[in-house]
Design a protein around this ligand. Sequence first.
Ligand code: PLP
Length: 398
Amino acid sequence: MSGPRSRTVAVHAGERLKTSRSHPLSEPVYLSAVAYCDDAESLDAALEGGDYVYTRIRGQNAELLEEAVAALEGTEACAAFSTGMAALRAVFDAQGLKAGDTVVTASDGYGVTRALFKSLCAERGVRLEAIAFAAPDAPVRIRGAAPQLVVAESITNPLLAVPDIPALAEATHAGGGLLAVDATFASPMVQQACALGADYAVQSTTKWINGHSDAMGGTVAGAAHRIQGMKNARVLQGAILGPFEAWLTLRGLRTLPVRMAAHCENALLLAQRLAASPLLERVLYPGLPSHPDYAVARRVLQNGFGGMLAFEIKDAERAQAFSFLEQVKIAKAAPSLGDVATLVMHPVTAAARRMTAAERESAGIRENLIRVSVGLEDVDDLAEDLLGAVARAMESGR
Ligand SMILES: *Cc1c(COP(=O)(O)O)cnc(C)c1O
């Protein structure tokens, strides 16, 4: 009797590792989207979520990342999604909101988040209120609205306001609602939102957690019973984090504590250097005593002040801001943050692009504003690069 024929061999040869007693130091990427079981009972249990058999139901790499993010966030559980936006949408969906309910979101936050909630709330007849969470009256306004869901940000984008999360949590819980904090700008190293009273800590892992701009992803961390509901919904909705993205993200997460410490140190030094320049109007960094939320930041940013800063070029319009983006040599003009490299951006035409002019105006996001995600380069080189580019941009604009 001959063995299997070549087509069968091609399909089945090399499909199972011989057992080994060694353990890979780096978990492999489980690219197999499907697994099989030797007995039907195991397959039955796997389809119920008891084992890995189909990556949309459970994936090894995503689960390892979830375990690590939950550990960093100090929460019982975490669910990973394909992007940060999918994670935010999952938080919304998990509330089962109905017509007449209220959601409160940031008026000075990430523009895409506001646009998402605007459309989701309109679809369902949910009332959406946008407020500046770092404003002194924010807790009072939350109590007045008695919302089912409040979605705040750890450090707002792009003006880097720092809301008092424990105060927001108290006000939200007073009306029976839940507080989600998009802590992407802080990362779990700088703020563990759930330890401060939030019910959900959301991350766009695309940013600091990955740290190398090579994979998109999002996570929601919180209590096990809430996260389990989101994972059940994820099986149906399908916005899972793929194995390679999860693997890359976990690889990035391994160095998050040392990277964040260095990003925070660089950002503070750079902010001090920029603040001393006569070419700039406002330098915004939560770690500068001149920042309006400095006192709150010292309380709610638990470990450094983050890697984001922003500044306004004195007497500049859009033309000079655009010229600045072209004049930098080390920094890159890119619409993201959290990379090992320094990234600069013009918020009016990037993150705040989907805001109306009136929304931008009331949020205080002006044409001469530049946002910086401070990288791991030498801080002297960065100061020279940014200030040199400002000088050249002003020169060219005359
Ligand atoms: C980037 C970002 C998001 C969206 O994350 P994606 O991974 O791009 O979907 C949400 N919130 C904040 C604060 C962000 O910076």
